[in-house]
Design a protein around this ligand. Structure first.
Ligand code: FO1
Length: 330
């Protein structure tokens, strides 16, 4: 761990992150790096609902890094009450997507700010500051990008598939509406081009649903590839299973083997190393890139911080090998 501390003491780290799983590692990285961490978050899950703009992954990262998160469900706030939902149900309103009373305040205030012309990036930065978060949290872009799934039940917007249909329909294709017209914000570009950048971490989020939307923003993938620092991904797969969510089911439906090797192949153009679970260390030996096998299950805050330390150590090790540096190889 001392190696990583030495290497990253003055350097910045960018993490690419989706919702619940990714936010856990982002929490660990934030504990280690504080203001030297920038988390770029998926906004493909965002949607307009009940007249409000909801940004689930951004909010999951905000709540997780500030300690406000509901740790059991992973999304939403702890100490939540549900009076609004109960009253809405009584009125015959839409209740398939649960909005807690405290959580609702964030959606109302964000919708007001966006309507007043405040960019999402600015609103998130101000909210993070109010929540006492020292790390930077950036939406992947300020333009609307919406993940849409072509399924056995037809075309479904992300939250209809994920929450209302509980990921039951078979996924045939995933697309990111609006991505072609989107551009990385200046803050995202600056973070990835920073002269102080030491590493880029791809959190153990769902590669297809949570990380691909980020990479679909034209120019963002090129910024990651152009950065002359190690890019390290953490595999969300442990022994052929994903800890949470539909990753395994979607990989099956898309005809991809549920292995860390498939994750390495998915990110082949991007990463210099992959962190996999120690239970899969045998599999790691067969991969064509450097692999670091450690326990990746994050049940406690200690687990999150420990895994973050391992990821930073691994990145520091990769940075110390000149042949591995992208600047040298490209
Ligand atoms: N997930 C659910 O499974 N059911 C819900 O009713 C639900 C509500 C919700 C409200 C606000 C929020 O920020 C997240 C919410 N989520 C809910 C989680 C969300 O759908 C997923 O975590 C992500 O979009 C996937 O990363």
């Amino acid at each position: 761990m001392s190696e990583a501390h030495a290497h990253f003491h003055e350097r910045r780290v960018v993490a690419l992150c989706g919702g619940v799983g990714g936010a856990k590692l982002a929490f660990g990285l934030a504990q280690k790096l504080g203001e030297n961490l920038t988390v770029i978050v998926n906004t493909g899950d965002d949607f307009e609902h009940l007249g409000l703009t909801i940004c689930p992954d951004i909010d999951t990262v905000l709540y997780t890094l500030s300690g406000l998160a509901n740790r059991v469900q992973g999304w939403g706030r702890a100490d939540e009450s549900w009076n609004f939902m109960e009253a809405l149900a009584q009125l015959g309103g839409e209740t398939w997507f649960q909005l807690g009373d405290r959580d609702l305040a964030l959606h109302v205030e964000r919708t007001r700010a966006l309507k007043a012309g405040v960019p999402l990036t600015e609103f998130v930065a101000e909210t993070a500051q109010r929540f006492g978060i020292s790390s930077r949290i950036l939406p992947m872009c300020d333009d609307p990008v919406r993940t849409v799934l072509d399924t056995s039940e037809g075309i479904l917007p992300f939250q209809r598939y994920f929450v209302e249909r509980r990921c039951a329909p078979k996924v045939k294709k995933i697309s990111f509406q609006g991505a072609e017209a989107a551009r990385p914000s200046q803050s995202v570009t600056d973070a990835l081009q920073s002269a102080d950048l030491g590493a880029i971490v791809i959190c153990p989020s769902n590669p297809y649903l949570s990380v691909d939307p980020l990479l679909a923003v034209p120019g963002l993938q090129a910024l990651v590839q152009a950065a002359a620092v190690p890019v390290v991904a953490v595999s969300p797969i442990i022994q052929g299973k994903a800890i949470k969510g539909p990753t395994t089911k979607i990989m099956d439906e898309l005809g991809v083997e549920v292995t860390s090797a498939a994750i390495a192949a998915h990110y082949a153009d991007l990463i210099d190393g992959l962190v996999i679970d120690s239970a899969d260390s045998g599999e790691g030996e067969k991969l064509p890139i450097p692999v670091h096998a450690v326990p990746t299950l994050m049940s406690s805050d200690e687990d999150r911080v420990r895994l973050a330390g391992e990821v930073l150590d691994f990145a520091a090790m990769l940075a110390s090998i000149p042949a591995r540096q992208k600047a040298a190889s490209s």
